[in-house]
Design a protein around this ligand. Structure first.
Ligand code: NAP
Length: 498
């Protein structure tokens, strides 16, 4: 069982330290527990669990991956109320998992991970936290994910703005948007969900679009009680439906690397724009000029209708300046507003820059990743033994459920943690040559792929234009490679030899 010292104690010792309680951290905790490993602690900076599905509470927040696939394979919820669950239902699902698999007692809330240092002699990681409490363990698992540090754009003059300002991931529910003039910056996955909701409430909505996204209609609907009843009473039917859905989503990958299929998908989306957007000028403004798939393909059936509203204006001339009560665009036009809402996304490829992670021989992760983040299978980094990243570099997806990737990784990490926790292995450190050849394979596959060659700029690419986020292939191929650790890929040290 994890150490249960009182919270005024300043240091804890355990076998495994997990950071984060989203799908990754929680899933890791559950699988450890199921494997009979009880000596672990989960650190959570907030006062509740749930990760991105706790933080993002903006109006209309929902998943754009079908619920049947956006859940753990070992806990397939038969009671999803919709095809695409909304935020509250997903966060409720995670709460349910924490209860059912009894991992709550392992979570230390209000503990912000600030860094970690590896002691090679001792074979332990010591984790530092914002309040000074220390945690040490034989292994460290990062479940912090990529989408948790809101990105605030550097708009000239914004510090002088006298109205309300907030980010989609930090929605101010105390601010009443009724009868307000609002600027929304960004037209990504989050904005296209909250714009239709707030458009009905605000007096005027100025939507600042830099790049239009490719959008397809969202086939969302309620799941009838009869189907939920069937899933509850015949779990095999739900498993079969999930398996079928997996392959349907997997097939979407063909459209990403097959240009002919991609063109057909683009034509369908353009036809959707022609049908949904009445004004030809607006239609031209929201039609992308880059290859579909270069940025995340979005799903929405209410976004274009919202843009048709008389109180919504799509502004494409770019923000030149923010004044105390207005936003001025590049063409000199002044847009008076009471509030600015950022739908500008997250720090992704630089998400670890603020953490101090020190591995063998005083090696810093920031230095190791100075020219771009990379890991073996997105999980392990040479020189940082017994440290595992869930949803690390190049394991994000545009076509299927990341929960599938997370579960593949948890499986792999567990196959490393078992011998470590049982005292058979002291240290596993991926060989640099193995990591290098994996990353050269990945980058070769990515070179001409749509994310780099599709004529767009996205958060998939780092500042050097290198794709550090996407897994370039089918997810079953990733699953095949991560079913079990091959210790030949690692330099290992037995525990006894210490
Ligand atoms: P995002 O997709 O990165 O979109 C950010 C938007 O802000 C883009 O339109 C971007 O324009 C714009 N932008 C950024 N900086 C700007 C600036 N300085 N001036 C003007 N516009 C600016 O962010 P997001 O919508 O928060 O979504 C982030 C990710 O979260 C998604 O890609 C997805 O993976 C995830 N997400 C998932 C779901 C789900 O249902 N599974 C739902 C929401 C979010 P450019 O395109 O020109 O850069």
């Amino acid at each position: 069982m994890a150490q249960r010292q009182t919270r005024d104690q300043r240091s804890y010792q355990t076998k495994v330290i997990i950071v984060g309680t989203g799908f990754s951290g929680l899933g890791m905790a559950i699988r450890l527990k199921q494997a009979g490993i009880d000596d672990f602690i989960v650190l959570e900076k907030a006062t509740d669990l749930g990760g991105t599905w706790r933080d993002n509470t903006y109006p209309g927040c929902a998943c754009d991956v079908p619920s049947l696939m956006y859940s753990f394979s070992f806990e397939q919820n038969p009671s999803w109320s919709r095809m695409f669950a909304r935020q509250g239902e997903i966060s409720g699902y995670l709460q349910h998992c924490a209860d059912k698999f009894q991992v709550r007692d392992h979570i230390h809330y209000g503990v912000e991970f600030t860094g970690a240092e590896y002691d090679e002699d001792d074979g332990t990681w010591t984790v530092s936290t914002a309040d000074g409490t220390e945690y040490s363990g034989r292994a460290l698992v990062s479940g912090v994910g990529a989408l948790h540090i809101p990105r605030y754009p550097d708009l000239p003059g914004v510090e002088r703005f006298e109205g309300e300002v907030f980010h989609s991931a930090e929605w101010n529910h105390d601010y009443d948007l009724e009868d307000k003039r609002v600027a929304v910056i960004g037209t990504g996955a989050s904005a296209i969900q909250f714009v239709p909701r707030i458009a009905k409430t605000v007096t005027q909505l100025h939507l600042f679009q830099r790049t239009p996204p490719w959008i397809q209609p969202k086939p969302d609907r309620l799941i009838p009680e009869s189907v939920q009843h069937l899933f509850r009473n015949a779990p095999l039917v739900q498993r079969a439906a999930r398996a079928a859905l997996y392959w349907v989503l997997e097939a979407r990958y063909f459209a990403v690397f097959n240009r002919r299929l991609g063109k057909i998908a683009e034509q369908l989306s353009k036809r959707y724009i022609r049908k949904a957007v009445k004004d030809p000028k607006l239609r031209a403004a929201v039609t992308p000029d880059y290859v579909m798939g270069c940025k995340r393909i979005l799903l929405s059936s209410d976004y274009y209708p919202a843009l048709n509203r008389s109180n919504v204006e799509v502004v494409t001339s770019g923000v030149a300046e923010v004044r105390p009560r207005s936003v001025v665009t590049g063409d000199g036009q002044e847009h008076p507003v009471d509030a600015i809402i950022y739908g500008t996304g997250f720090h992704v490829t630089d998400a670890f820059d603020h953490l101090s992670i020190v591995g063998r021989d005083g090696r810093k992760l920031q230095d190791t990743w100075r020219n771009g983040m990379e890991a073996y299978l997105g999980m392990t980094v040479s020189g940082f033994p017994n440290l595992f990243f869930l949803l690390g570099p190049n394991t994000g997806l545009g076509h299927n459920s990341v929960v599938f990737m997370i579960e593949s990784q948890i499986n792999y990490v567990l196959s490393c943690l078992r011998p470590i926790c049982r005292g058979k292995l002291g240290q596993v450190d991926v060989r640099q040559s193995v990591q290098d050849s994996f990353n050269s394979e990945i980058q070769t596959a990515l070179t001409d792929a749509v994310w780099s060659a599709g004529g767009c700029r996205s958060w998939y690419l780092d500042e050097n234009g290198v794709n550090r986020t996407i897994w370039p292939g089918f997810t079953w191929k990733y699953w095949l490679r991560t079913r079990k650790v091959d210790l030949a890929d690692y330099e290992t040290v037995a525990r006894q030899s210490r």
